[in-house]
Design a protein around this ligand. Structure first.
Ligand code: F0G
Length: 464
């Protein structure tokens, strides 16, 4: 390796290398995904993860305050003066005994990693900060993404704050929640609504970015995933550098699962941890490509040699049937995940499993998360619903430490939440009934009372 950092094709049969100065999102030789690869021997990596604690005492420095860049020795692709940060990654790991009980774990064994506390309200800011940094290194003036909502909110925010790039976002029609759309509009991004779904928008944004030379910030961009690795560093830090038994994460475009696998693989390679946790990726049942391919059709990474035929066949079948992704968890309503290959690799590294959760299971799990405080959007709760399934199957042991990643803030999608808790059956049916959600097992109903003091007091005494 000539440079200490390269972009490297993940296909072992090809393994072409490219300079970090190049703006590409796939291998020019074979079309595979790219990794950011470090020659660790030439990077200043600390001897122990504990050394990162020292950064806390320097929180007045932006690069030490950022939950991404205080780990910059583990993603050393950018000179300090090019780093774009707005204080992302101030997130927390919460012990959640209410949720532990719900999913069948012993007390003290369930942890929720709240990525909704990021500046734009989702985990995306971890990756956006890294992608913007690379965009800045390469002199990008415009940045684009396709999005189910959170990537676009994050991109728009980073454009608005940094003033480095003009943001262009591609969304499908009708499926983006208002919380997320309102962010993109407010922050001033150019919003292009495609007559199609996310998968259509994702395909188009790649074509458009290529033909107009626009910097693409979807998770197909390997630099984005470098930022998302830090979610795992913060989880380890909160656990005092102990590796939990399980990481459970919702799966959409499969960027997080890919990034988490790489984070742990590298830490092990560097001798900073002695084992990898197991990884569980949870699809929504209405957008279950990974589950179908991995659990049902046995598709594996196989050291990079696994057959891609079943994948091609499956996508062909989706086309023939005109099958579209459909779930209340709109953030993960994706049938053609761009990071599929990297996720399969992460599942191999982390002895992973994949499950799917129905919209009913997702919303019930979400209500349980909310009841414990902070809350999350529907897609995030897939992690909790999936963990519950894995405990009931005996795959996860009751005494194992399980970290569920809550990817997005509760206020991102209030429609689903209010519909779940409503007393208005028509509203419930309109939003949830069409998706097979039958009951709101944990509904917290609003109590309607006449505007009379006695009646109000009576209601409080009755229900309070
Ligand atoms: N959870 C939330 C809240 C998301 O917004 C997303 C993805 C995911 C989970 C899935 O993560 O792609 O890493 O598997 N949202 C993207 C977007 C697709 O456009 O905002 P993944």
């Amino acid at each position: 390796m000539t440079d200490p950092v390269l972009q490297r094709c993940i296909s072992p049969g090809c393994a072409a290398g490219y300079s970090v100065d190049e703006v590409i999102t796939s291998c020019k030789a074979c079309g595979s995904l790219l990794d950011v690869e470090y020659d660790w021997g030439r990077c200043a990596v600390p001897k122990s993860l504990r050394s990162f604690e020292e950064k806390w005492s320097r929180r007045f420095e932006p690069l030490c305050l950022s939950g991404v860049w205080r780990f910059r020795e583990l993603l050393p692709f950018a000179p300090a003066e090019k780093i774009v940060t707005i204080g992302e990654g101030q997130t927390l790991l919460q012990t959640a005994d209410g949720v532990a009980k719900y999913i069948g774990l012993n007390s003290g064994r369930c942890f929720l990693q709240y990525e909704g506390l990021n500046p734009s309200g989702s985990f995306k800011d971890n990756g956006m900060s890294a992608a913007f940094t690379h965009g800045r290194m390469t002199g990008a003036k415009r940045a684009a993404c396709a999005s189910t909502g959170n990537t676009s909110a994050s991109l728009a925010l980073y454009c608005a704050v940094s003033k480095l790039m003009r943001g262009i976002i591609f969304i499908g029609s009708g499926r983006i929640s208002y919380g997320k759309l309102s962010q993109a509009l407010d922050y001033g991004a150019l919003t292009v609504q495609i007559a199609g779904d996310f998968d259509d928008a994702m395909a188009r944004v790649q074509e458009v970015s290529k033909s107009l030379g626009i910097y693409l910030v979807n998770s197909i961009n390997p630099f984005r995933l470098e930022g998302q690795k830090t979610i795992m560093y913060r989880v380890l830090e909160a656990l005092r550098w102990q590796v939990p038994e399980w990481i459970v994460v919702p799966g959409g475009n499969l960027g997080n699962s890919s990034a988490f696998g790489k984070a742990f693989f590298e830490l092990k390679q560097l001798g900073l941890i002695d084992r990898l946790p197991r990884l569980a990726v949870i699809n929504a049942a209405g957008a279950n490509t990974l589950h179908e391919l991995y659990q049902k059709r046995g598709v594996r990474w196989g050291g990079g040699k696994g057959s891609t035929q079943p994948v091609i066949q499956y996508y062909g079948q989706l086309d023939r049937d005109g099958h579209r992704a459909s779930t209340i968890a709109s953030a993960i309503e994706i049938n053609r995940p761009v990071n599929l290959a990297k996720c399969l690799r992460a599942l191999e590294w982390c002895d992973g499993v994949v499950r799917e959760a129905t919209d009913q299971e997702i919303l019930d799990a979400k209500a349980q998360v909310g009841a414990g405080g902070l809350g999350c959007e529907p897609a995030s709760a897939a992690s909790v619903a999936g963990a519950k399934k894995l405990v009931s199957e005996g795959v996860i042991g009751r005494d194992e430490r399980v970290v569920c990643i809550l990817t997005g803030h509760q206020l991102k999608d209030p429609t689903a939440t209010v519909a779940y808790h409503t007393t208005d059956q028509e509203k419930f049916n309109e939003v949830l009934g069409s998706r097979g959600v039958k009951r709101a097992a944990f509904a917290n109903r609003a109590v309607a009372v006449p505007n009379e003091l006695d009646e109000i007091i009576k209601a409080i005494q009755l229900y309070g």
